[in-house]
Design a protein around this ligand. Structure first.
Ligand code: SF4
Length: 171
């Protein structure tokens, strides 16, 4: 099934009688299907490249057996709030999906459950992001300003650290 977004509405600030422009997301990686609908399958491809953890079958571990710092679990929870809407891409002059990608990498990088696949995850997800045609991040902050879930660009800084670490240590 294709993931689609139907339109982009910048309606937070407008005056009485002002002309409102409604248009589809503008990004090469989000081809327009028809009218205001775009194909967001590129996000699904990024997720399939590493946006998961592998869990062995068997008994569920005791909830208290893996202690996690409160600050880290809070940050991971904030990152996991990303709904994959694509507003960050549409807001970015480079059509970069780094805010989305960084949220998906962060939610696992902050938790011990994400550790076993940590290196391959970030390498493969960044590669898929670039191959899809999303642009580079130049730190304009437009993504954070438009994100309906208030995902912080601090996750992009973590993504860059994760990538560097993975690139240096990858065999
Ligand atoms: S705008 Fe926010 S919630 Fe939507 S995809 Fe981007 S990071 Fe996720």
């Amino acid at each position: 099934m294709r993931a689609t977004t139907t339109c982009q509405l910048h309606m937070r600030h407008f005056s009485e009688g002002e002309t409102i422009t409604i248009e589809p997301w503008r990004a090469n990686a989000f081809p327009v299907i028809k009218d205001l609908a775009v194909d967001r399958s590129a996000f699904e491809n990024i997720m399939q490249a590493g946006g998961y953890i592998s869990v062995n079958t068997g008994n569920a571990p005791d909830a208290n057996s893996i202690p996690i710092e409160k600050s880290k679990s809070d940050e991971a929870f904030d990152a996991a709030a990303c709904i994959g809407c694509g507003a960050c891409v549409a807001a970015c002059k480079n059509a970069s999906a780094m805010l989305f990608l960084s949220a998906k990498v962060s939610q696992f990088a902050l938790l011990p459950q994400g550790d076993p696949e940590r290196r391959d995850r970030v390498i493969n997800m960044v590669k898929t992001h670039d191959e899809a045609g999303f642009g580079n991040c130049t730190n304009t902050g437009a993504c954070e300003a438009e994100c309906p879930k208030e995902i912080s660009i601090s996750h992009i800084a973590r993504l860059n650290r994760e990538y560097l670490r993975a690139a240096v240590t990858k065999e």
